[in-house]
Design a protein around this ligand. Sequence first.
Ligand code: PBG
Length: 317
Amino acid sequence: MGTKLKVKDLIHPYFVVEGQRKKESVKNFPGVYRFSLDRLLRDIKITRGLGIDKVLLFGIPSKKDAAGTSAYAGENIVSRAVRTLKNEFKNIAVFTDVCLCGYTTHGHCGIIKPQDRSHTLTGIGKTQVKIDNKKTLNALSEMALRHAEAGADWVAPSAMASGQILAIRRALDRNGLKKTKILGYSAKFASNFYGPFRQAADSAPAFGDRSGYQLDHSDAKAALKEIACDIREGADMVMVKPALSYLDIIREASWKFKFPLAAYNVSGEYAFVKYGAKRGLWDEKKMVFEILTSIRRAGAGLIITYHAKDAAHWLTK
Ligand code: PBG
């Protein structure tokens, strides 16, 4: 018997904005919206009704600054969303993205060293951005704490700051949040497939790129090393991202580590399918099943995908 995709394998990503009665579409990201909390609840009711019981939340703050403080200083959009969801729904696993890129004015995933900003001002521009790791780990730990205090089941650090799993694990344990689990975005590549997401989260870097802290797509060894490292640091599950160009990494990681493994079927992979289907290049449903099944077949136990609702609908009808 071949690999069979199930609704329980799917995690539905959501973007949450401040305000009310908002369901904003995103350019070049068909079928994906930024929801205010009231509309998010409505949509998740539908999602739950289809049998999907896992969601991943991304926050879009109304204010940004260089340190991304609206991600972790006191009340924030994601914590509010988590609290509301955990009150409203039984049996839902809430995952939260822990990263600063949507919250910083420069759009990088951590707090950056000041000299890099002066480089861009003098026109060098493409200088590799250097993350201030210590400050970033503090900020990410605080962010994870806010989400966990609100009731998040899983925090998912995606900043690729070194030592982020260990720092967050320690912070959680010290604050009586031992039960909160960590999903590491362990093998996260500096990829071209994140385009639509960056429009949705308004998180494209203002200068430079993410190659200083995300993985080089040619380097399988480094990816496996990152995964091993996250497992050692105390991750409860690890992830490969994107999925499709990295099925080999998924396969190898699943064989090598025999550890809970997720894959992120990212925004660019999703947009390919949507636009191709619209132009009559393929049947959307068949394409979605081929893709999601291939990711499961490679060895991912869970798949984060914007196709979640469609797939669940097709699987259950
Ligand atoms: C960073 C983050 C990104 C995605 C998830 N978390 C983008 C990036 O690194 O620029 C991309 C997901 C997607 O493309 O669907 N916090």
